[in-house]
Design a protein around this ligand. Structure first.
Ligand code: AP5
Length: 216
């Protein structure tokens, strides 16, 4: 399975990735996670990326494209992959098409998770993540057993620096301006599957699995 998860910030791409990874046992490539790892390791890419991420802007196309290309060529992606948060501009989408063509590969589907902006602000402003393993929680929808502590490793939960209300609004604006054109881009390639991302996480996962199964 070679898939892309498309959708605005907070639509549930990361949450859905967990279910799809279990089902298809394919590698999950989150460009946002990759940038956060670079930032934590204080690499040159991390220093550059953080100056964009903290303002809710997109990291320049060529930096993301080079990083994605390097990742997709690794052996663990040979059986399939799930891109989460890439591509995010039409230029990135075109570059991915070229990459896949060169590899003799092609996409199976692009899943678009849709939800309205008010709901997305509510989800992101109440999201908490484990500072160590990255597990994702929500103060209301998916609280940890013990307040502020990760269920999986007992580490402290933190709020992502770009999950403040002001930055969330900038991220949503950037999505509508720069990423939403990919909806038509993939619809024209007959790859787009539209999913209502406002439902419960378990229902979203079930809807996606049903849609993917019926395509094959
Ligand atoms: P990235 O980390 O990709 O952030 P994002 O796209 O803004 O997406 P999020 O991780 O915020 O949300 P999500 O859709 O995964 O939602 P989640 O499942 O966590 O990117 C961060 C930054 O890196 C970008 O702003 C950009 O600067 C840069 N970047 C990354 N890729 C780039 C690229 N390709 N080009 C250029 N720059 C790039 O869920 C959110 C919350 O809601 C959680 O609390 C969760 O528990 C809850 N939730 C999820 N689903 C449900 C549900 N169905 N019902 C109720 N609650 C739910």
């Amino acid at each position: 399975m070679r898939c892309i998860l498309l959708g605005p910030p907070g639509a549930g791409k990361g949450t859905l990735s967990e279910s799809l990874q279990k089902e298809y046992n394919i590698c999950h490539i989150s460009t946002g996670d990759m940038f956060r790892e670079h930032i934590a390791a204080k690499t040159d890419i991390g220093k550059l990326a953080s100056s964009y991420i903290e303002k809710g802007q997109l990291v320049p196309d060529q930096v993301v494209i080079d990083m994605a290309k390097d990742r997709i060529l690794r052996p663990d992606c040979s059986q399939g992959f799930l891109f989460d948060g890439f591509p995010r501009t039409v230029a990135q989408g075109e570059a991915l098409n070229v990459m896949l063509r060169e590899m003799g590969s092609a996409l199976d589907a692009v899943i678009l998770l849709e939800a309205d902006d008010d709901m997305l602000v509510g989800r992101l402003s109440k999201r908490r993540v484990c500072g160590k393993c990255g597990a994702v929680y929500h103060l209301v929808n998916k609280p940890p057993v013990k307040e502020g502590i990760c269920d999986l490793d007992g580490e402290q939960l933190i709020q992502r620096a770009d999950d403040t209300e002001a930055v969330i609004k900038d991220r949503l604006r950037v999505y509508h301006e720069q990423t939403a054109p990919l909806v038509d881009f993939y619809d024209n390639l007959s790859l787009l599957i539209r999913i209502d991302g406002s439902n419960k996480a378990s229902e979203v996962a079930a809807d996606v699995l049903k849609a993917l199964t019926s395509r094959h």
